[in-house]
Design a protein around this ligand. Sequence first.
Ligand code: SAH
Length: 475
Amino acid sequence: MEHFPLFLNLHGRRVLVVGAGLVAARKIALLLSAGAQVTVLAKAAHPSVSAQAEQGHISLHLGAFDAQWLQGMWLVIAATNDEALNAAVAQAASARQLWCNVVDDAARSSAQVPAIVDRAPLTIAISSGGAAPVIARRLRERIDSLVEPSIGWLTALARRQRAAIRRARPELGARRRFYHWLLDGPVHDALRAARPEAAEALLEEALRTGEAPPQGKVLLVGAGPGDPGLLTLRGLRALNEADVILHDRLVSPEVLQLARRDALQISVGKTPGEDHEATQQRIQALMIDHASQGRTVVRLKGGDPLVYGRGGEELLALRAHGVAYEVVPGITAALACGAYAGIPLTHRAVADTLTLATAHRREAAEHAHAPGQHTRVYYMGVERLAALSAQLTHDGLPFDTPCALVENGSRPGQRTLHATLATVAAQARVHAIASPALLIVGEVTRLGQTLAWFGETLAPEHARPKTARAAALAA
Ligand code: SAH
């Protein structure tokens, strides 16, 4: 081991920071958050450091460094941009056997400040020993995204209840099992659901009556439109907790690759000859069955689970069977296709109303808004494009209403076809647009011809802006 990791209790202890620029300011903030009593010595101070002094958080001295300043200190940080001065501070500290960190100078430092994941009271520190701080920081980001905030709250709860746990579970093995139960069971779930009082009550109850074996649960997770970068952090964590993953066909393989290696992955898409109802019943039975055996089940759906995902029905079934669940939203196809086709779904003076609809059902209240002010997004429309566009023009939208059909939104094969209600069905056939694709109808789609930045854009002549207003919009 090159460096010995150590966590310092700085509460009320004096620390000297030499330097008062921006770099020093960051270290000062860190020291203050650890409760240190900070003295700052510098020739001049950044306004943010002066402000800290005025508010009484630190004591600031303007002047030159000499070894006298080390008197009574537990730790020294040299954070000036004067290398000779930093070296002098480090040397003086060494002479007094006082730990000294020289910011960004591993060779002169006897102590180094690691990259930190702060889930107080839980702290994760990563150090490359000064060899490559960027690598340590990158690792910090990875760990930071995986360690959920609730772990910190659980640690704080465990600290508060530590003596009680020790009394109620005097035997080491039983105590260890109890702590595992805390992590895996309903107490942690309650903290994740932002119900700290319920968590505390569950813990106390378990200390009195014995902890029930961990209950299974279902996490209903939105996988987003396909690009794995569009999965949420909570979704990623869920994939790492899962024992079983039940996913739809629409979920991209790139997203599934992020799941825990030993999780059981089951594709639960519709099978040939099976009707929607039977599929749905089979999926619900699978979720309930696995969760009832104490497993953590991730039900992974494309986009958002509660937007045309039948997620609501699945939650009702879980509730009816008393299975615990959480819902993790995802980026729905309408938002992703808009973003990745450069189409702002609302745009000042062009569209102030947004409707998400399915091509399968006839829309109600079609005339509520002037056509130009309204963006309509249709899911599941590829096979029904002719019927859908006919319906919309029948309902009063002009034949030349611009629209965009986005195929494979956010995925490597994305294509955006610009057309009008009169031509979109025929054009989609010409270009063999296939599912998954989403139809966006409204003036805003013209902007996509200017703002497109991802994938391929197909804009036949007739769909290009003609009127002065449209040209101005698209310019
Ligand atoms: N829950 C999903 C929608 C499921 S319905 C969500 O929130 O996005 C399935 C329909 O969504 C498809 O028929 C298609 O219209 C649309 N869709 C899903 N992913 C898509 C993608 N990557 N690109 C274009 N359309 C998509």
